[in-house]
Design a protein around this ligand. Structure first.
Ligand code: IMP
Ligand code: MG
Length: 174
């Protein structure tokens, strides 16, 4: 497997997103919403770079089953439990591909009456979008195939790898 983002690349990307969040949200006590499972390591590293007040919440979404292609149907397996009413919400994702997951999550959050909904992602996969979704904070934007490591998986494997790797490009369409 080819290294896509090294540990050092990831550290820089995390700091970039943390800096952007600090600039926009340090006075707003935002609720940072981690999208399980893939974003758990990014989320854990990101919050440790923030030096302003915030709260955390967790949601879980799935649409890929055990494959490497989206089904386009996003299932919300765990909904937010705390009130988002009148709050500034930041959805924290590992990566954006087709955009289906974030489109669905954004609508779910919007329905709960927040003051604002923003989106942060570690990796924006360039040229892959099938639906438009505004991504406010991006760690790294690049063209790539299916990615694993640093929280992200293929059929639940590889989540513990400290860097991000690209599986053979051939596997993307299989
Ligand atoms: P989208 O809905 O196609 O934008 O994909 C976003 C969601 O699917 C994210 O929550 C990811 O966890 C997962 N995902 C998309 N592409 C990949 C990938 O290359 N590797 C691992 N997970 C992915
Ligand atoms: Mg995910």
């Amino acid at each position: 497997m080819k290294v896509l983002l090294s540990e050092d690349d990831i550290r820089k990307a995390v700091r970039k997103v943390a800096g952007d969040l600090s600039r926009d949200l340090s006075q707003k006590r935002p609720i940072l919403v981690c999208v399980l499972k893939g974003a758990f390591l990014f989320f854990a590293d990101l919050v440790r770079e923030l030096d302003f007040p915030f709260e955390v919440e967790f949601v879980r979404a799935a649409s890929y089953g055990s494959g490497t292609k989206t089904s386009g149907r996003v299932e919300l397996l765990l909904a937010p439990q705390m009130s988002l009413l009148g709050r500034h919400v930041v959805i924290v994702e590992d990566l954006v591909d087709s955009g289906f997951t974030l489109q669905a999550l954004r609508r779910t959050m919007q329905d709960l009456g927040p003051a604002s909904v923003r989106i942060a992602t570690l990796l924006d996969k360039e040229g892959r979008r099938e639906v438009e979704v505004p991504v406010d904070y991006v760690g790294v934007k690049m063209r790539c195939g299916f990615v694993v490591g640093y929280g992200t998986d293929c059929a639940e494997r590889y989540r513990g790898l400290p860097a991000m790797f690209e599986l053979e490009p051939g596997e993307i369409d299989s």
